[in-house]
Design a protein around this ligand. Structure first.
Ligand code: NDP
Length: 457
């Protein structure tokens, strides 16, 4: 008789957990996954996928406008928010079904209910105890809300994806991924959007990219209120009155907080199992995703590293390859590309200029700002911004940044180049695709003046 019910029990059936448990099952391990909600996790059910479907839906508004100068007459286009939400949910149901099939096909036992660790090898689900030789914690994260009087009137991205009606006036708190993505969604459909940013827009991204987005937001009537925080929220009838730290007031129909996400580790039984967490509740792991208990692993947002779906998937894969396929691998976090599906979108790989300067000292920086060809005819006042950061000494490209249409599709390819250690000379030796925006990345020839050279002018 085996000592444990399973070789691997995964708590949380999101992107990282499903990848680990289904690979484990596929390699012949006795694999189980425990899930309190529907299988799919944040990305599929209340993150990347539904958000991107809404972003696609919104793009039509601008395309209808832009079509006029291309000879089209698009009359009385109206938008039905409820239909978009309904159809998006139908697609999520389909994806949920695919995930269930994947688990079934890989012989992964699904235990529905909240999983709680009762000791280092035992998980309790709905009063039933199951044991595992290894345990993987992949319970993800949840939106964090600051303690502000009236915060109960605020929504998070979870509710924003399910709103029965689109709010006409919406305040969005935060300047990160989620805030700027929802700003684009609501503004694109005609809502009056105010972004409330306590420090800077997209802090941590290259400063030129953040500035380029702020300029485009200005053209699109997304108001940015920066350097302030909300000190209280009061509800009067259907409206919400926001009072700011500087005494200003504002009335809106909805306030959405996108102020970061915290690890879902409360009441998970981590203490009973001896799993250590950081001060913010995130689980501490080593480079093999091992927690302070060697046979308990953690992947994805619960570890508070890079909160990105493909990273969680890479981590989940690494755990199962290592444990069940005699193929010890670690998730590689070098040059992870990322995208913000704002309007226009942003995508980036490698280091920002500031990070590269701190690491390498002297840099060659190339940049390009232009009106995309499509808008020479459409008349839309939207510009694309691109930047390449190169280490002077080696000529190695260490960062590529773009704001503009299709930037996620373009940067994904450049991420391979950076992974291969491409030099600027190799970028230059690559023939462009004409006419495209992407070709700018292989045709930038003029170095931007270095800061000290600029100062001497
Ligand atoms: P982020 O960490 O990206 O941004 C949080 C924002 O909220 C920052 O601007 C921060 O300001 C601000 N903030 C934090 N606390 C407060 C507060 N008390 N009052 C006012 N503002 C505050 O978090 P998000 O919630 O946008 O997203 C969470 C994570 O999810 C992201 O980091 C990303 O990894 C992932 N994600 C990825 C997406 C993608 O790949 N496209 C899409 C959506 C999410 P400050 O800068 O001053 O700290």
């Amino acid at each position: 008789m085996p000592q444990f019910d399973y070789d691997l029990i995964t708590i949380g059936a999101g992107s990282g957990g499903v990848r680990a448990s289904r690979l484990a099952g596929g390699y012949g391990a006795r694999s189980a996954v425990v899930e309190a909600d529907r299988v799919g996790g944040t990305c599929v059910l209340r993150g990347c996928i539904p958000k991107k479907l809404l972003v696609y839906g919104v793009h039509y508004a601008a395309q209808f406008e832009d079509a006029a100068n291309y000879g089209w007459t698009v009359e009385s286009a109206t938008h039905n928010w409820a239909a978009l939400i309904r159809n998006k949910n139908t697609e999520l149901d389909r994806l949920h079904g695919i995930y269930l099939t994947i688990l079934k096909n890989n012989k992964v036992a699904l235990h529905e209910g909240r999983g709680v660790l009762v000791d280092p090898h035992t998980v309790e689900v709905n009063g039933k105890r199951i044991t595992g030789a290894n345990i993987l914690i992949a319970v993800g994260g949840w939106p964090s809300l600051p303690k502000v009087p009236g915060i109960e009137h605020a929504i998070t991205s979870n509710e924003a994806l399910e709103l029965p009606k689109r709010p006409q006036r919406i305040a969005i708190v935060g300047g990160g991924y989620i805030a700027v993505e929802f700003a684009g969604i609501f503004e694109g459909l005609g809502s009056e959007v105010t972004l409330i940013v306590r420090s800077s827009l997209l802090r941590g991204f290259d400063a030129d990219i953040s500035a380029a987005l702020a300029t485009e937001f200005g053209k699109r009537h997304v108001a940015i209120k920066s350097g302030v925080e909300i000190s209280s929220i009061a509800k009067q009838g259907e409206a919400l009155t926001l009072t700011f730290s500087n005494g200003d007031k504002m009335t809106v129909d909805c306030v959405l907080y996108a102020t970061g996400r915290h690890a879902n580790t409360k009441n998970l039984g981590l203490e009973a199992a001896g799993v250590k967490t950081k001060e913010n509740g995130a689980i501490m792991v080593d480079e093999w995703q091992r927690t302070s208990v060697p046979h308990i692993y953690a992947v994805g947002d619960v570890t508070d590293k890079l909160q990105l779906t493909p990273v969680a998937i890479a981590e989940g894969r690494a755990v199962s390859e290592t444990l069940f396929n005699n193929n010890p691998i670690k998730a590689d976090r070098e040059n992870v590309p990322t995208a913000v599906f704002s309007t226009p979108p942003i995508s980036t790989v490698g280091l920002t200029e500031v990070e590269a300067r701190a690491k390498y000292g002297k840099l060659d920086v190339y940049e390009s700002r232009f009106k995309p060809l499509i808008h020479t005819l459409s008349g839309r006042d939207e510009r694309t911004y691109m930047k390449i950061v190169v280490e002077s000494k080696t000529d190695k490209v260490v960062g590529c940044h773009m704001m503009g249409a299709d930037s996620p599709e373009i940067i994904q390819g450049l991420a391979i180049a950076l992974k291969c250690g491409a030099t600027k000379a190799q970028f230059d030796a690559t023939v462009g695709i004409h006419p495209s925006a992407a070709e700018e990345f292989v045709t930038m020839r003029t170095k931007r003046a270095e800061p000290e050279a600029k100062a001497a002018e």
